[in-house]
Design a protein. Structure first.
Length: 174
């Protein structure tokens, strides 16, 4: 509904309604802020794993060291994923981050759209899944065939999903 004589300006009640809807995007801000707590938890878990690996290094077999390092890489990938979701989600759905003058600003900030974010998320999930699968194969004597099959099956599902998502994104941009 518009103001009579001015088709461009919405009526007062409509403007209030639209501004309220637009302002509601700020309800997402606590989600992104809370992800920084999740990032801190991942950091604590990373250091716990690192300490465990360093303390037990002399007693560990080669495959146990590989699994420990892969676990650290997995946590690092997960932390990167959380950070990417925090920055991109906030910038895509809430507001721009005012860090243009900051020398450490990552190059990709402000450049990752929602479609790009989905593809990066799926790529990270595939990488994390691959690490889980590799951990399973390096620790095969402690895994049941059923668990190993589920891990491999889920990894394949993640790969197919990522490829289909990338294909759909490519098709929609043409």
């Amino acid at each position: 509904m518009t103001v009579p004589g001015n088709p461009q300006r919405p009526h007062g009640l409509v403007r209030v309604f639209e501004r309220t809807i637009f302002a509601s995007r700020w309800l997402l801000a606590p989600f992104y802020l809370s992800l920084s707590l999740a990032l801190a938890l991942l950091l604590v878990e990373f250091f716990r794993g690192l300490v465990h690996l360093v303390v037990g290094f002399a007693a560990f077999r080669h495959d146990e060291i590989v699994i420990g390092v892969l676990s650290l890489i997995e946590l690092s990938l997960m932390a990167n994923l959380v950070l990417m979701v925090m920055f991109s989600g906030y910038e895509n759905f809430v507001s721009r981050l005012d860090v243009e003058d900051h020398g450490d600003k990552p190059d990709w900030m402000g450049e990752v759209g929602y479609g790009d974010l989905k593809l990066k998320l799926m790529s990270s999930i595939v990488a994390i899944s691959a690490i889980q699968l590799l951990e399973g194969f390096t620790n095969i004597e402690h895994m049941s065939d059923r668990d190993l099959a589920w891990t491999a099956g889920l990894h394949i599902v993640f790969i197919v999903s990522a490829v289909l998502l990338a294909l759909m994104d490519r098709i929609s941009h043409k």
